[in-house]
Write a protein that binds this ligand. Structure first.
Ligand code: F6P
Length: 359
């Protein structure tokens, strides 16, 4: 049996769920229990469970049969230890309570599976709460600083690509603009990847503020060439460039404030071509993870167990090429990984004539 510095770990999932969380819990847990004979404490409902001192020991049977399952067996929440909302609506700092629970659970380290917010919360628990923490990068947004990729992303790209494929066949039967809004929070990774994979004619991402007239002209041009339809993939965080036509004057009557609704309305006005809008929403986060996400979650999970054994705390277990790296949380917390404007995917999309909204 390998020697290890961690005897007992806690594990929780925080923030929005995504496919691959169960695969990661299974991987950390099996390697910790099997390879290193650690004890594994499962904490439910993200940081809420930690603050409220709720936990149970996990054994091998708990980790069996979950690899292909979506969601998280530990469940999750968006609760932040330093901004905890009390029943009466007041917000208070519960870092102290979280630290008490950590002691009460007799943990040597807390493993937090989460997105950008979780990296920040884990960092606070380490600095203000004195806990040992290790994080894993999960999010369909793929926007965590310090890692090449996050698990959950590949599955979401697959779902979004299938949605674009399906829109193609219905769009082709009509003369229409199909606008599809995809998640991604403040970044465009998901819309860009799915847009390219699905062959969208225009891709609008937050990193490249769009000019609605430029998008309309690209659609008119397609129409002149006899293309009866156009597909526009819009990231939920996409916004118009300053000084260009904005969507403000075509707010959706039902006040959904979805950017796709505004884009659809405006394109219809500018081109005279009927538009239809689809907001894919949480479908992108549901269901079974792809093999790629299962493999990534498993690799990073066992890497986390290795880091726990070595006592390498205060780090994000990041994917780097074919291997992994322990990146200090101090370098990760509070940052966001945006799509670089010269990213290969952006260049490639432009080369094949995809309108990126700015020209
Ligand atoms: O961070 C993941 C994500 O799905 C984002 O893409 C999206 O903006 C957000 O979460 C939705 O959050 P919620 O599930 O809380 O509505």
């Amino acid at each position: 049996m390998a020697k290890c510095k961690t005897r007992r770990l806690g594990i929780l999932t925080a923030g929005g769920d995504c496919p691959g969380l169960n695969a990661a819990i299974r991987s950390v847990g099996k390697a910790a229990l099997g390879t290193y004979a650690m004890e594994v404490v499962g904490i439910p409902d993200g940081f809420a469970g930690l603050i409220e001192n709720r936990w149970r020991l996990l054994g091998m049977p708990d980790l069996s049969g979950i690899l292909a399952q979506g969601g998280t067996l530990l469940r999750t929440s968006r609760v932040k230890p330093d901004k905890y909302e009390l029943a009466d609506g007041r917000v208070t700092d519960m870092t102290g309570a979280a630290a008490e629970s950590y002691k009460n659970m007799a943990l040597d380290c807390l493993v937090c599976l989460g997105g950008g917010g979780t990296q920040k919360n884990a960092m606070n628990l380490m600095k203000k709460g004195g806990m040992n923490v290790i994080t894993l990068p999960k999010t369909i947004d793929n926007d965590i600083w310090g890692t090449d990729v996050c698990f959950g992303f590949d599955t979401a790209v697959n779902i979004a690509t299938e949605a674009i494929d399906r829109l193609h066949s219905t769009a082709d039967s009509h003369r229409r603009i199909m606008v599809l809004e995809l998640m991604g929070n403040k970044t465009g990774w998901l819309a860009l990847a799915a847009g390219i994979a699905g062959g969208a004619d225009a891709i609008l991402i937050p990193e490249i503020p769009y000019d609605m007239e430029a998008v309309a002209e690209s659609i008119r041009e397609r129409d002149r060439r006899g293309k009866r339809f156009s597909i526009v993939a819009v990231a939920e965080g996409a916004r118009p460039a300053k000084g260009t036509i904005s969507g403000d004057d075509v707010q959706d009557a039902d006040e959904t404030h979805h950017v796709a609704t505004q884009v659809g309305r405006r394109l219809e006005n500018l081109t005279g071509i009927e538009a239809r809008v689809t907001v894919l929403g949480h479908v992108q986060r549901g269901g079974s993870p792809t093999p790629t996400d299962r493999i990534l979650a498993t690799r990073l999970g066992t890497a986390a167990a290795d880091a726990l054994a070595a006592g390498t705390y205060g780090v994000l277990i990041a994917a780097r090429g074919d291997t992994w790296e322990a990146v200090p949380l101090a370098d990760v917390a509070g940052k966001r990984r945006f799509v670089p404007l010269d990213h290969d995917m952006v260049t490639s999309a432009r080369r094949i004539g995809t309108c990126m909204g700015d020209e």
